[in-house]
Write a protein that binds this ligand. Structure first.
Ligand code: PNS
Length: 163
């Protein structure tokens, strides 16, 4: 069984992330969405539990997609899925420099681990979790940026953080 691992901070998951996950699920037997608990991002908007809940909700229609939390190195996490491949989305050439560096360090840790890249759907090349967080904080329209099922959760969180 070929497993794709789609890793990320998912703070929160966007339509761009979901598009990559669904496309990977059409190519691979199984997709494990790996929510990084110790991502180096400062002051995340959502707890890991909330991120997982959102990812689970929006991937529920896809039977070969599961969600896991990773608290360590991604390349070590991948070892438990034999022959697995990391899937990364590229929105622009500028994403590639960082992802190339990540691939090299991941291969240093786990030489058998390959990374494959899917280019972002052109509808989502501008989209990132940080754009979504900013829109939410200012009460902007979230439709078209994140799956409908999680808009309420994001708005509620933004409201509590506005105080
Ligand atoms: O959505 P992001 O923030 O671009 O995702 C980055 C992520 C979480 C995939 C990456 O930071 C990660 O896997 N972190 C876990 C720690 C790790 O393995 N780092 C690489 C070696 S230094």
């Amino acid at each position: 069984m070929r497993t794709a691992i789609c890793p990320g901070s998912f703070d929160p998951i966007t339509l761009g992330h979901l598009n990559i996950i669904v496309r990977a699920a059409q190519i691979f037997d199984r997709v494990v969405v790996c929510v990084a608990a110790n991502a180096t991002k400062t002051s995340p908007m959502f707890t890991v539990e909330e991120k997982v809940e959102m990812v689970r909700r929006v991937t529920a229609p896809y039977p070969n997609v599961t969600v896991e939390v990773n608290r360590g190195l991604l390349a070590e996490f991948a070892r438990q899925y034999e022959g697995s491949v990391l899937i990364k989305g590229l929105r622009a050439a500028s994403d590639f420099d960082y992802e190339f560096q990540m691939d090299l360090i991941n291969k240093r840790i786990n030489p058998d681990l390959e990374t494959m890249f899917l280019t972002a759907d052109q509808r989502y090349t501008f989209l990132s979790s940080s754009i979504v967080r900013e829109m939410a904080r200012y009460g902007g329209e979230l439709r078209g940026l994140v799956p409908e099922e999680i808009i309420g959760m994001i708005e509620a969180k933004a409201n509590t953080q506005r105080g």
